[in-house]
Design a protein around this ligand. Sequence first.
Ligand SMILES: NC(=O)CC[C@H](N)C(=O)O
Length: 254
Amino acid sequence: MHLTIGWLYARTMNIYGDRGNIVTLVERCRRRGIAVDVLEIGVGDPLEPGRCDLFFWGGGQDREQIAAARDLAGPKGETLRAEIERGVPLLAVCGGYQLLGHFYRPHGGPELPGLGLFDAWTIAGSRRMIGNIVVDSDEFGELVGFENHSGQTFLGLSARPLGRVRIGWGNNGRDGSEGCRYRHAIGTYLHGPLLPKNPRLADYLIARALELHGWSGELPPLDDTLADRAHAEAVRRAEDQRRRFAWHRLLRLR
Ligand SMILES: NC(=O)CC[C@H](N)C(=O)O
């Protein structure tokens, strides 16, 4: 079996360690004997239907998002939408996630059109939402990561969140939701990188990609001792952050 991972805007939207998601996907395939290659798809590059079995789109600053939004405004965006509709899995983090909603309205800049894949929209707020985050997902259990965004994402009536925020800000710091899902596409604010500490999510994406080639069943398990240890440490850090934040608020109230 051979998989191709389409890495959207790899050279321009790849902040806060998001490259680690690609490394994790490749490594978890190779340890199972699945041949895999990575195809970088940047601004102006073609996106051929059926070429990729999985997409990843990392985070980026507003400036890079402007170029990416423009690049996806035409037939390329329609091809990406069709790929998701045919069941190709996708993981989009932060800036990539924001551009898969209806629009992203940055500070002071023009509103950027999104693909409208997720029934969601994003408006830059006055505060940056930064810190360790823990999310509870029905399908993937406890997810850990790091977030750094000013964009506040709001979900429409047909949107399905990735999970509920236990510690941190999430989509907008108000409604307790984090991320969004549509078919096998997942948008999230969890940088970190996300997948090394959340192997169940990585394996979900790999399994959906294999299913495009007629595979079915369970992936052979891997030794996730290190991932589990890093995951538990991330939860401890987030809990410590919550305690410090609570003390800080208490002291400010005096
Ligand atoms: N971390 C990111 O990808 C940032 C996305 C967007 N520019 C924001 O600040 O919300």
